[in-house]
Design a protein around this ligand. Structure first.
Ligand SMILES: [Zn+2]
Length: 266
């Protein structure tokens, strides 16, 4: 079975090791590779993953241009890459159009690193442009182990984004809201939003993962790990042990991501 990981992180070689060490010690998680592309590819080979999607984040608007240059160079199999934008980026529609022209499949936004709530009006032109250009918007959702509360995003906030931008290819990470899964159940399950399963195994009971995924619609659930903050090999094994049917596994591990990102759905 072909497997794709829609949520991973790599950094430019020069800063990779020191960046994952710093982020890891802050969040008290040991990284499972050194943060480099080569380290990720080796981890993917160990796990049996055919492809992965890098999700970079610009913490300041001044970083957007250089991160996007780097992301465009990284965007080649077996590692695809999203681009980045900041809520304060001037003329976001033009920046997003240029990402699209360079072949990047979308962007990642992070409410904590970028200090916004999902109902922030600064997101409206970003959401509109992503929808019009067919770009994926992958959003960190819920609490974040690297930050202290109060948190900026909630399933209610994500619901707001969904309703604000019909037709947007929105992916809410961590099953719609890390550690806020009761509220995900009430506000997001069944809505037209993709949920990734990154960083939830062992935190949400297995039976509940399967039950919520089915009620939401397995055609809108995508496999992700959040590596290097999880082991890709352990998480893929864990996912395959959940009581999904083979057809459901194929959708979640490959076909849904292929359709979203526009790579070969074979
Ligand atoms: Zn992540």
């Amino acid at each position: 079975m072909k497997c794709f990981d829609i949520h991973v992180h790599i950094f430019p070689d020069k800063i990779a090791a020191r960046t994952v060490e710093m982020l890891g010690s802050h969040a008290k998680i040991a990284p499972t590779y050194d943060g480099s592309r080569a380290g990720l590819v080796a981890s993917m080979e160990r796990a049996g993953l055919a492809g992965a999607l890098n999700c970079p984040i610009a913490t300041k608007k001044e970083q957007v241009v250089s991160i996007n240059e780097w992301a465009a160079a990284q965007n080649r199999w077996p590692v695809l890459s999203l681009g980045t934008i900041h809520p304060d980026t001037p003329e976001p529609a033009a920046v997003l159009a240029s990402l699209k022209a360079r072949g990047l499949p979308g962007i990642k936004l992070h409410p904590e690193y970028q200090q916004f709530t999902p109902d922030d009006p600064r997101l409206w032109p970003i959401g509109r442009a992503c929808r019009d250009l067919g770009l994926v918007l992958l959003l960190h959702a819920g609490e974040d182990i690297g930050f202290d509360p109060p948190y900026h995003s909630s399933p209610e906030g994500v619901r707001h984004l969904v309703e604000e931008h019909p037709g947007l290819k929105l992916v809410a990470a961590h099953f719609g809201g890390w550690r806020l899964w009761d509220e995900v159940d009430r506000r997001l399950v069944g809505q037209p939003v993709y949920l990734d399963v990154s960083f939830i195994f062992g935190m949400l009971p297995d039976a509940r993962i399967v039950e919520m995924a089915r009620r939401h619609g397995v055609e809108r659930v995508v496999y992700g790990s959040d590596a290097p903050w999880r082991s890709q090999a352990d998480d893929l094994r864990y996912f395959l042990s959940l009581p999904f049917t083979v057809e459901e596994q194929e959708r979640i591990l490959w076909r849904n991501a292929a359709g979203l990102l526009g790579f070969d759905a074979g």
